[in-house]
Design a protein around this ligand. Structure first.
Ligand code: SF4
Length: 334
């Protein structure tokens, strides 16, 4: 993506974890939640991040915002390190909408709270005016602003979360599994609302989900993560129509198809085996214990995320070699 608003380079996150066994205080180990993640995001564009739970996608989002400490790498905002002064421009929407809202505050107070923090000089009447306008824009009746979060449905709570995220006029919203806790019928409404608001406000979005079928509808580019590492990154349509990494292929093959007849008839490529523990990831390629194409060489070096086209990155030398190989029935010289 050109003209980056957000530039993330080689970002890593590691948490110290107590050792196990009889002497848990001995041998503190590091859980490497994210390793060497990077991407560029332009104004008005959406980056989708997908992967199973434990892939590090939510930790990456929190590390971008500085909500968890970074072990390495950099996050640039308009070319400068992203710090506290840019925080009003970057907001977050969380997975569990009800849990993310303070149960002791009215909905109006919850939505207005970022203004009290970032625009303390604003008069109360102006704040209320903004809350009313935004509630109506996200599809909530403004007269409900004196009610409490538990009086709303999951979908309405996520609309409250969206209004709260947007009230300070951000340029980027990090959406951490914003529809995973919602009914399927409500998911599309919330995704469509985000798309409309993005177009109106020129927002950039980072949209995290474990379900590729949700991410593809909102993303310009998709990044696939597994055990803390980026496996593949490509424009959304290209990634879904021509996935290259074996993990991306498995994710697409296991994503449900909305048509029940097609869904029942198609062969299902199930992702074999359990996700390994991030405390002891496999050597070499972290996907090798579940990869149908794994070879002995995959246990060696960690595959680098290589550029293999104008806008695709891939961390699999085996597939890369196959893609570069001449066609099996090509015309040979003679
Ligand atoms: S490097 Fe090897 S194990 Fe990893 S995805 Fe490629 S083929 Fe599979």
């Amino acid at each position: 993506m050109t003209g980056s608003l957000l530039r993330v380079r080689d970002l890593s996150v590691a948490f110290p974890v107590k050792g196990g066994g009889l002497f848990p205080w001995r041998g503190k180990r590091m859980l490497r939640a994210v390793q060497g993640a990077g991407f560029d995001l332009a104004a008005g564009k959406t980056l989708g991040i997908v992967g199973e739970s434990g892939s590090g996608k939510s930790t990456l989002a929190r590390a971008i915002l500085g909500l968890v400490p970074r072990a390495g790498g950099e996050v640039l905002w308009d070319g400068k390190p992203l710090g506290e002064e840019q925080r009003p421009e970057v907001q977050m929407i969380f997975q569990d909408p009800l849990a993310a809202l303070n149960p002791r505050m009215t909905v109006g107070e919850i939505i207005a709270e970022p203004l009290l923090t970032h625009r303390p000089e604003m008069r109360k009447a102006e704040r209320t005016e903004k809350v009313v306008a935004l509630m109506e824009r996200v599809g909530l009746r403004a007269e409900l602003r004196n009610r409490y979060p538990h009086e709303f449905s999951g979908g309405q709570c996520q609309r409250i979360g969206i209004a709260r995220a947007l009230i300070s006029g951000p340029r980027l919203v990090l959406c951490d599994e914003p529809v995973s806790a919602l009914d399927v019928s409500v998911q599309a409404q919330v995704v469509n609302l985000l798309k409309e608001l993005q177009a109106e406000m020129g927002l950039s979005l980072i949209f995290i989900a474990h379900d590729l079928s949700v991410v593809r509808h909102i993303s310009d580019e998709i990044m696939v993560m597994y055990l803390g590492r980026v496996m593949e990154r490509a424009p959304a349509a290209a990634l879904v129509e021509r996935p290259m990494h074996p993990y991306t292929r498995a994710l697409i093959a296991s994503a449900p198809i909305p048509d029940p007849v097609v869904e029942k008839a198609r062969p299902r490529a199930v992702l074999e085996g359990e996700l390994p523990s991030p405390m002891s990831p496999p050597s070499g390629c972290v996907f090798r214990t579940r990869c149908p194409l794994a070879q002995p060489s995959c246990a060696g070096d960690v595959p680098a995320l290589e550029r293999i086209g104008p806008d695709r990155r891939l961390a699999c030398p085996v597939v890369e070699r196959q893609a570069e190989a001449p066609p099996a029935f090509g015309v040979t010289g003679g």
